[in-house]
Design a protein around this ligand. Structure first.
Ligand SMILES: Cc1ncc(COP(=O)(O)O)c(C=O)c1O
Length: 405
């Protein structure tokens, strides 16, 4: 079969693939522990459910404007004022079917074939594929000091005459690292000076620990005009546990939003009317669920770190936020894909291979599940990987015997 040249370069989403594999095993009654997930287990806010139900009951669920319903734009404008102290107009805002679509449409609006987009390693699995979908070239910038915290120099070194944009995701999926205020200030200033678009993927900005406060990129921008190339992307998926609602948004200059709305209008049209109303209610409603999720994740992070610190050979940096921990398992094998498959096969624990995020030898472990999932999941991993483990392990009444070294 003859597929497009671009299609041939796109790989399957590793995280979606693992979710499917886990679902198949679970449906067969296998005792799977999912440490690969990227979604909170808590329920969506009641305000969102009531709003969606009301629209559904009306029976009138129609097309919406391609860039989102006025009520959602208004809610995003208020959110931007509250968290970024920035007053924007409806023409500066576009709602999409998830922050994933926001990033994709933004890249489609910006990129010409062969242009380059830089992002720090480790990076969200979708960035390279999205850039390639535009016929452009992803450029990963690996921090020279081997940490999860890039310095301006790491990015600067990758800039060429083809560079069009930089994507910054902090706190970061997969490392959980929240980049320093100094770095955010420097990258905002650098991109302004060099005329580069700076896409801030802020999807985890409220899910942060140890008393940290969200960092506001606009605080460091000098250009607040409609020429600004600073773009902020966010959404309801993570902070409100509304992953299945598929609502994200972009805040940017009016010209860019207009072009993005043209693209989205032909691609998918506006997001579902039902779900936009649910998002309005979540953003404007009682916010206690965000704090309660944040507190749960902070506690789960503590449990995960205790488990990993007791795991000889594993090196883990405590995440500053998100619901991921990106740990170095290279002492047990260099090939993270093989290791991840081995863990699913032998002890039914789902992990995501680090290579998908640009770092071989690492595994991404999720803290979205219960404390029991984290504790038991890491214990099973330890049993499978550590050659000094006892020969047998019980999962319920099922006895596993080590037949590998
Ligand atoms: C860094 C990052 N950006 C964007 C998204 C997409 O979020 P949404 O569910 O709103 O499409 C994700 C989801 O995993 C993510 O990790």
């Amino acid at each position: 079969m003859s597929m497009s040249l671009i299609a041939k370069t796109i790989s399957e989403s590793a995280t979606l693939k693992l979710n499917e594999a886990a679902a198949i095993l679970r449906s067969k009654g296998e005792p799977v522990i999912h440490l690969g997930g990227g979604e909170p287990k808590s329920k969506a806010p009641i305000d969102a459910l009531v709003a969606a139900a009301a629209v559904l009951n009306s029976g009138e669920i129609r097309y919406t404007p391609a860039d989102g319903i006025p009520a959602l734009k208004k809610a995003i404008i208020r959110y931007t004022d509250e968290f970024y102290h920035r007053k924007v107009d409806p023409e500066n805002v576009m709602a999409s079917s998830g922050a994933k679509q926001s990033v994709m449409v933004c890249l489609q609006a910006l990129l010409n074939p062969q242009e380059e987009v830089i992002f720090p390693t480790p990076y969200w699995v979708s960035y390279p594929e999205m850039v390639k979908l535009c016929g452009a070239i992803p450029v990963a910038a690996t921090p020279e000091d081997g940490s999860f915290y890039p310095r301006l120099n790491d990015i600067e070194e990758k800039v060429s005459s083809y560079t069009k944009a930089v994507i910054i995701n902090s706190p970061n999926n997969p490392s959980g690292a929240m980049y320093s205020e100094q770095f955010i200030a420097e990258i905002v200033e650098f991109c302004e000076k060099r005329g580069l678009y700076l896409i801030m993927d802020d999807i985890y900005h409220r899910l942060i620990f140890d008393g940290r406060k969200p960092i506001n990129c606009y605080d460091y921008a000098k250009d607040h005009s409609e020429n600004s190339k600073l773009i902020v992307i966010n959404g309801v998926s993570k902070q409100y546990a509304m992953t299945g609602f598929r609502i994200g948004w972009t805040v940017a200059n009016k010209k860019l939003i207009e072009v993005m709305a043209n693209i989205q209008g032909h691609q998918t049209h506006g997001p579902s009317a039902l779900l936009q109303h649910a998002a309005v209610a979540a953003i404007n409603g009682v916010q206690s669920s965000v704090e309660s999720l944040r507190v749960t994740l902070e506690n789960n992070r503590r449990v995960m770190m205790e488990q990993l610190n007791a795991f000889d050979g594993v090196k883990a940096t405590p995440p500053d936020g998100t619901f991921y921990c990106f740990a170095d398992f290279s002492a047990y094998g260099k090939d993270s894909t093989k290791m991840s498959e081995f863990l699913l096969d032998k002890v039914r624990v789902v992990t995501v291979p680090g290579v998908e995020f640009g770092m071989e030898g690492f595994l991404r472990l999720s803290t979205c599940g219960s404390v029991k999932d984290i504790t038991e999941g890491v214990e099973r991993m330890k049993w499978a990987l550590d050659p000094n483990s006892p020969n047998e392990l019980y999962i319920g009444d099922r006895k596993l015997v080590r037949d590998w070294t």
